[in-house]
Structure formats: structure tokens, C-alpha cells
Design a protein around this ligand. Structure first.
Ligand code: FAD
Length: 466
């Protein structure tokens, strides 16, 4: 064992877990593939250009204090460390500066966050089409703003946030095309009273809507039949809204249909998962301290359940407290007492979730696209081919790999996994939970062969190592 606690992911969940563990005297190492702490929301926060930080607002700069506390703590932080394998005995293998390294601790917290739900629509593979989050990453890391008119299409708070941030950064917005069905509003209504318990978040949402309306950005709701048009690259977004066909000229189309837990690592480790029919996503099954069905493995933050940055922070604290108790460094009584403030913060942050989940539930058609739409971008498999596989007897996503290599490209099924499970479920007339998800194998992300060779510790043997 090299440490008491190993944490993967230096977003709000991982940073909070590391700081809590450090305060309890646990020998802790925090790994992240990014060059700096912050995760998605606080990406680059410690070194962000003040002008960019200013336009990203207080929600962004809140992360600076966390990152500064981390830098001043006793936590061993290894940036630029891509975790590409975790064994069931919790040995973690990383790629860092071209070398593979292995670390092991009796407690492991995976705080690897969320990813954007893929939006497979016709034309989504054309240059100029990206996830909205990708445009935000470019803004946070390089202060870069898309040139030419931008259309944002989809639904969810992050879509509106990115639209406001790009507007403030000087982008020209050709339109916002919301795809959330009108029926979502009725479904969300019963959850409004609970959401009123989180007035700051609601007000933030209203301010974003006003900002975009005041700027005169054309806004369409209940849009369907989206298609990116263009020869060599995106030239326009076509869609139907209000019973009419529309076409918005634009060289950049940003798609977004919410975020879902990134379950690549938990799938690799074969822990139990559940299908969340409200958030339309898989999530690892965890207890109140993030403990999974594999002893010693805990999940914190959006990787377990989409709750937002402040919820992620609270769940990171809870996971670290659980780890400290499991290591015998905290009694159950002490642990329970220390958990209370974080549990309260988590409850407060999650109050608004049922409202947001209902209001921004993605339309069914985004997860079950038309036959000629590419679903697996890496291996170029269409939704129609997945349906055909089901008709030929394919019972689950793993079998589609044998039929067509679907999900076997460099992204390891991250882009197509959700859609393939849902297309198969609807074609086979079974619940998604029964159809299941891709089994994930290492490496989680592509790694150079030379780094595998560097795992050979005996220098005399290196020449003969494959
Ligand atoms: C693209 C995107 C942009 C977002 N922007 C915002 C925003 O502006 N405002 C907002 O409120 N919410 C935003 N969210 C939602 C937001 O991610 C969260 O609510 C919050 O950041 C979750 O915190 P977390 O600690 O769980 O995960 P994250 O903040 O996502 O942190 C996870 C960390 O794990 C690291 N990691 C993942 N896999 C590996 C690996 N294999 N090896 C090493 N390191 C790894 C990542 O590099 C990352 O730093 C965004 C989500 C996405 C997907």
C-alpha cells in the first residue's frame, strides 16, 4: 500500500474529499488527468485570466478557495495523471509524463464526474458541431470564443449558462433551440414547491433567461426533427418548432441534453449499477458515504448522481469521512457527528433536482434516433443497424460488439452507450435496466504502448517486454 486513501478526480468532489481526509491525518494522494485542480466547473480557476474569470461569475470563482486550500494542504496532488486502469484489488494504473505508474490504497474514492449526454442527430458528426460543454472548456482554458454565428440546441441549465457566458464573451448567438417537450412543464409543476426551497438556484435560472431575452437572442421551444446541414462543415440547423420548419444559418452548432454520470470506471470494476429512469442514465449503487458494492471503492460527486457542484462538494466530504471510519481513524459516533453538516448541505442542494430533472427531461427521440443517424461515431454504426441487430437476436449492448464493433472504438462506448441500450430496449420491448450496458475494459482511454512497457520495473527485462 502506498497511501491510506487514493482519490481520482480533482473537481469539487475530489478536492473536498482530499481536504477532509487531510484534516483527519490520512495519507492521501489525489490524481487528475488535467494539468490543474478544478474539474469541469472550476477548470483552470487558479490561473484563469481575470477577464474570463469575471465573465464566468461567482459560481466559477467559488472554486478558487477550494483549489488554494488544496495547494496549501498536505495532500499529495498529481496532475496530468490519467487513470487508465483500476483493478478489483484497487490497484490504480496511471499514465503520467509518458510513464505508467501504479498506486494502491485500502480506500479509493472515484470522483470522476459527469459527461454530457450525447445528442445523436443527423449531421452531428460534421465539423463545427460540438457539445456545449466543449465550447465552455475552450473558453475556460484558452479564453477562446467561437467565430461566426452560434446556435445552441437542446435543453438544461448548462445550455443556458454556456449561452450567457458566450454572449458575455462576445459571441454572436443565432438562436437557442430548446428541445424539452412542452409536457415537461406540467410534469415539473408538482416539484416546484420543493424547488422554492432553493431560491438562489431558481433566481440564477431566471436571470439567465432574462439575460438572453434582453439580448434579443431568437428563442425556439419544443423543437423536434433537428438536423445539422452542411457539406464540408456545419452551415445551418434545421428543425421544426411551433408547427413550422425553421433554418438557422450557423457555422457552429452547440448541442446539449444534460449531463450523466461518467460510469466508465465503475463499469470497469463491475460494481452494481441502477438505471435512473428520471435522469435517464446509469448510476453506480452507493450508500450515504459513497460506498459501492466493491469493498473500499467509493464514488463521490456527479459520478454517482447528478446533483451539481455544491452537492458534489458535500458528497466528497461524506465519502472521505466514510473512508476514515473504514480505516479505523474515526469512530462511528465521531463520523456520524461530522457527517451531519455535509448531509444537510447535500439535502439542501438536491431539493431542486426533481424540478430540474422533470423540466429538462430530454425528449425520447434524442435517445432513440432515426435509422440513418450515426450512433457509434468511432465505428460508424447507425441507429438502424442497431435495430437490425436486435431483430437478428441481439439481446444486449455487449452483443452489438460481436455483430458490428459498435462501442469498440477509441471512446470505449462513451458516446454511444446510452443510446445503444435505449434503442435495444425499445426494439426488444424490454426495460433498459434489463437490456444492460457495455462492459468496459481497460485501458479506459487510449495509452501509448511505450507507457505499458514502462510498467516493467526490471531494467534488464525491458528489452524483452512486449
Ligand atoms: C463539460 C461540462 C461542463 C460543466 N460546466 C459546468 C458549469 O460551468 N457550471 C456548473 O454548475 N456545472 C457544470 N457542469 C456540471 C459539473 O460537472 C458538476 O456539477 C461538478 O463539476 C461535478 O463535480 P465532480 O467533482 O463530481 O466532477 P468534475 O468537476 O467533473 O471533476 C472530475 C475530475 O475527474 C477527472 N477525471 C475523470 N476521469 C479521469 C481519469 N480517468 N483519470 C484522471 N482524472 C480523471 C477530470 O479531469 C475532472 O477534473 C459541467 C459538466 C460538464 C460535463
Amino acid at each position: 500500500m502506498t497511501h491510506d486513501l487514493l482519490i481520482i478526480g480533482a473537481g469539487p468532489a475530489g478536492m473536498a474529499a482530499a481536504l477532509t481526509a487531510d484534516s483527519l491525518g490520512l495519507k492521501t494522494v489525489l490524481l487528475d488527468e488535467q494539468p490543474r485542480a478544478g474539474g469541469q466547473i472550476y477548470r483552470n480557476v487558479a490561473v484563469a485570466d481575470p477577464a474570463v474569470a469575471n465573465l464566468l461569475g461567482r459560481d466559477y470563482t467559488h472554486g478558487r478557495a477550494l483549489a488554494e486550500r488544496l495547494a496549501g494542504s498536505g495532500v499529495e496532488v498529481r496532475h496530468g495523471a490519467l487513470v487508465w486502469d483500476v483493478a478489483r484489488d484497487l490497484t490504480v494504473t496511471t499514465l503520467r509524463q509518458g510513464q505508467a505508474e501504479q498506486l494502491r490504497a485500502p480506500q479509493l474514492i472515484a470522483a470522476t464526474g459527469a459527461m454530457e449526454r450525447p445528442s445523436p442527430i443527423p449531421g452531428w458528426t460534421l465539423p463545427g458541431v460540438m457539445n456545449a460543454g466543449a465550447a465552455q472548456i475552450a473558453l475556460k482554458t484558452a479564453g477562446s470564443v467561437p467565430a461566426g454565428p452560434v446556435v445552441l440546441a437542446g435543453g438544461g441549465p448548462l445550455l443556458l449558462l454556456v449561452a450567457c457566458q458566450l454572449l458575455d464573451a462576445g459571441a454572436t448567438l443565432a438562436g437557442i433551440v430548446e428541445t424539452s417537450p412542452a409536457a415537461n412543464r406540467w410534469a415539473a409543476l408538482p416539484h416546484l414547491p420543493a424547488a422554492l426551497g432553493a431560491p438562489a438556484t431558481l433566481l440564477k435560472g431566471l436571470r439567465m433567461v432574462h439575460r438572453l431575452r434582453d439580448a434579443g437572442v431568437p428563442w425556439f421551444t419544443g423543437a423536434t426533427q433537428l438536423e445539422v446541414q452542411g457539406q464540408e462543415r456545419a452551415e445551418a440547423l434545421r428543425f421544426t418548432a411551433g408547427g413550422r420548419a425553421h433554418r438557422l444559418d450557423s457555422s457552429v452548432v452547440l448541442l446539449h441534453h444534460g449531463v450523466v454520470p461518467n460510469t466508465q470506471l465503475t463499469r470497469l470494476l463491475r460494481v452494481e449499477h441502477d438505471w435512473n429512469d428520471v435522469q435517464l442514465a446509469w448510476q453506480p449503487r452507493v450508500d450515504g458515504c459513497g460506498q459501492t458494492s466493491l469493498a473500499g471503492l467509493r464514488i463521490a460527486g456527479d459520478g454517482a448522481y447528478i446533483g451539481g457542484a455544491l452537492a458534489a462538494e458535500a458528497s466528497g466530504t461524506l465519502a472521505a469521512l466514510g473512508a476514515a471510519q473504514a480505516l479505523g481513524r474515526l469512530s462511528a459516533v465521531e463520523c456520524n457527528a461530522r457527517m451531519r453538516p455535509a448531509q444537510k448541505a447535500l439535502r439542501q442542494q438536491l431539493r431542486i433536482r426533481p424540478f430540474l430533472d422533470a423540466l429538462y427531461r430530454p425528449p425520447q427521440w434524442i435517445n432513440t434516433p432515426a435509422d440513418d443517424t450515426l450512433v457509434c461515431r468511432c465505428e460508424e454504426v447507425t441507429a438502424g443497424q442497431v435495430r437490425e441487430m436486435a431483430r437478428q437476436g441481439c439481446q444486449g449492448p455487449n452483443q452489438t460488439k460481436f455483430f458490428s464493433r459498435c462501442g469498440m472504438g477509441p471512446c470505449q462506448g462513451r458516446q454511444c452507450g446510452l443510446a445503444v441500450s435505449q434503442i435495444l430496449a425499445s426494439e426488444l420491448g424490454k426495460p433498459v435496466a434489463e437490456v444492460g450496458a457495455y462492459r468496459i475494459r481497460s485501458p479506459l482511454k487510449p495509452v501509448p504502448l511505450a507507457s505499458l512497457a514502462s510498467l516493467c520495473t526490471d531494467p534488464d527485462n525491458q528489452d524483452s517486454h512486449p
